[in-house]
Design a protein around this ligand. Structure first.
Ligand code: G3I
Ligand code: 9MR
Ligand code: ZN
Length: 594
């Protein structure tokens, strides 16, 4: 055992802990145990490191003992003060344990680069105020998906030219759990996360979120992402979503059902994708009907959205998607409740969901909206009510809880062309959505860092929960505009981009102090110092579901502090397509029109 593995900064790691790590199979990953963020190294100013919009509310947080009275905004070029304000009295943020003072400089609306200063504190990182501050961040976060492409060569180009790989995962076959045997030609899609698996359920919500962003925000259709399809006649963001959707269509069987995933049988080690020579197997439930309801509903919903949005650009592809969605629906009527658990011998991600009523509801809503299909409309009318009633109590949508997406799509249909929703149902959904959004607004205003997360939301993927909450507010804003909804969505963006207890930008490649060591195989294996850009880390997870967090983090941290920037800590520092997508959505909503 390497002596370095036994030492962790000033902390000596007991040999027993390292052994425990080895048993978990993670010791190889801990060649350089670092990434625990110590209180003394955290800057006192917490700002959105990417910047603020001139006309929007602008707040930063200061954590300083003893507290300061006033603050200054100074030019980042010559340090001239341009604005002075009073700091709010310190308030305790229970989830992080911080005493936080608000610096509100909303009244200052000029563009430029600035810093915040207060007596007794080092100056903040420089940040921009400008109408276009989120466009480069949007591009970064949206191009993440291109970097996750599987089965093809990837090259980020430009200043990221070093980030590239040749085609990967070209060997495909059927695992016996799929009910089939032999090889197949199923390729493409995106690597799900830090692993190289591809999963239908997660692909469904992710492609849907990106397609909605392209549909709802004209500016998001304009930004060029420099992907192979750029300039090919449709918005780049739609093309990117289509890349994954085409792979999802490959996983639909002739009977309309869809297999759960295509992965190797175990996770690959930390190697580049082209070096992972394991076969990517189509994996099923292990017994008839082999396909799963969650995967089939995910494809049905996403393909229905694609059918609707691709009609003007590529009618043939739109028809193919419509047929796939309708065939998936027929399968769902036969098999409404086939849950998925990993069959014996399969150890990759599960995305197993025991409750599938919300998936069926979402599929019905999207198919009806895309086609006017009467059976789907009837299904939706019969089943929506309990979900609408619970909406104000739901967490934001996630891979396992998609009822809200179905409800919103139904109500949003009233605002666009196509089949008309029943007005009383649409109104009930709008009411519930408003009540849910009001609760998020209230939580945001009451939270020290102005986010809607509660202590119990610091779970695996908490940053995804935050981003989805912001998306939820923006959808509420589309249905029933209220300035507070759009404002509070921005507050969560500030949190993700640096205005948090660690003064850490959770998006790689953005800001001044961003995540350095995410759980992402190419970032570890490529030998480059900086990780791949544009990736949102999972975020604080109070349950510490990996050996690195359990071993290296001090005991009894407040919920929001359960995070370390180490690639072995996959339960707080992995990246994933379904967390990046709502971030892209929120950034899309805040692009400048031009
Ligand atoms: O919400 C509950 C909370 O109520 C409960 O108190 C708490 C304590 O157990 O758990 C919370 O649920 C957590 C859930 O994520 C929240 O979505 C579970 O603990 C946690 O185990 C679960 O983690 C999932 C993880 O896979 C492990 O299955 C993540 O949602 C999911 O995003 C993640 O997905 C993985 C894929 O399997 C493989 N590819 C990478 C991807 C990202 O890490
Ligand atoms: O890399 C895997 C990641 O994508 C998953 O989210 C995580 C939980 O399923 O597992 C990771 O793989 C680890 C495995 O579970 C245990 N052995 C070490 C693997 C890499 O750290
Ligand atoms: Zn691949």
């Amino acid at each position: 055992m390497n002596r370095r593995e036994l030492l962790f900064g000033a902390l000596a790691i007991p040999a027993a802990a390292v052994l425990r790590l080895q048993r978990h199979g993670a010791a190889h990953a801990l060649d350089e145990p670092s990434g625990v963020i110590r209180a003394g190294e955290i800057p006192p100013w917490k700002v959105n490191q990417a910047g603020y919009l001139p006309g929007a509310a602008k707040r930063a947080m200061l954590t300083l003992r003893p507290p300061a009275a006033g603050f200054e905004l100074t030019s980042a070029e010559n340090d001239t003060p341009v604005y002075r304000g009073r700091l709010a009295p310190p308030r305790r943020d229970d989830d992080s344990g911080d005493w936080v003072q608000d610096a509100d400089f909303s009244a200052f609306q000029s563009s430029g680069r600035f810093r915040l200063r207060a007596n007794g504190a080092a100056a903040s990182f420089p940040f921009a105020i400008g109408a276009g501050v989120y466009e480069p961040v949007f591009r970064l976060a949206a191009r993440f998906f291109y970097g996750q492409r599987c089965g093809t060569a990837v090259a980020l180009g430009g200043r990221f030219a070093a980030y590239q790989h040749p085609p990967c995962h070209l060997r495909a076959g059927y695992d016996p759990s799929s009910g089939r045997r032999g090889t197949n030609q199923d390729r493409g899609g995106w690597h799900d996360a830090g692993d190289y698996g591809r999963y239908l359920v997660n692909g469904g919500i992710t492609t849907a979120t990106l397609m909605w962003a392209a549909e709802m925000f004209p500016a998001a259709r304009r930004v060029r992402l420099d992907i192979p399809e750029s300039g090919a006649g449709a918005p780049d963001l739609l093309h990117e979503a289509r890349w994954n959707l085409q792979w999802m269509l490959c996983l639909q069987d002739r009977d309309g059902g869809v297999w759960q995933k295509q992965t190797s049988r175990v996770f690959a080690p930390f190697i580049m994708p082209q070096d992972d020579r394991m076969i990517s197997y189509v994996i099923g439930t292990g017994e008839a009907p082999y396909k799963s309801t969650g995967a089939t509903a995910g494809l049905a919903a996403a393909a229905a959205i694609a059918a609707r949005l691709w009609r003007p650009f590529d009618p043939a592809f739109a028809r193919r998607c419509e047929t796939a969605a309708l065939e998936a629906w027929r399968w769902l009527r036969r098999f409404p409740d086939v849950t998925f658990r990993n069959p014996p011998g399969i150890h990759t991600g599960e995305y197993g969901d025991p409750q599938l009523g919300d998936e069926r509801l979402w599929a019905a809503a999207e198919i009806w909206r895309a086609t006017g299909n009467e059976e789907c409309h009837a299904y939706f009318r019969e089943h929506y009510a309990p979900y609408a009633a619970q909406l104000p109590r739901f967490s934001p949508p996630s891979w396992g809880e998609v009822a809200a997406l179905g409800l919103w799509s139904y109500a949003l249909a009233g605002k666009s062309r196509g089949p008309r929703p029943d007005p009383s149902i649409a109104a009930a959904i709008e009411d519930a959505t408003g009540a849910a959004a009001d609760a998020l607004v209230e939580r945001t205003a009451g939270n020290g860092y102005r986010i809607p997360l509660r202590a119990r939301d610091y779970v695996w993927g908490s940053n995804g929960i935050a981003a989805n909450a912001a998306m939820q507010l923006l959808i509420a804003h589309c249905l029933r505009p209220r300035p507070a909804y759009a404002e509070m969505a921005l507050e969560t963006l500030h949190y993700l981009l640096g205005r948090n207890t660690f003064a850490l930008c959770y998006l790689t490649g953005a800001g001044s102090r961003a995540v350095q060591r995410p759980h992402h195989r190419p970032s570890v294996a490529d030998g480059l110092a900086a990780p791949w850009p544009g990736m949102l880390a999972g975020g604080p997870n109070r349950w510490r579901q990996d050996a690195a967090m359990q071993t290296f983090l001090p005991a009894n941290l407040p919920p929001a502090r359960n995070y370390m920037d180490n690639h072995a800590a996959y339960s707080c520092n992995e990246v994933a397509i379904n967390w990046n997508a709502p971030l892209v959505f929120v950034l899309a909503a805040n692009l400048r029109e031009s």
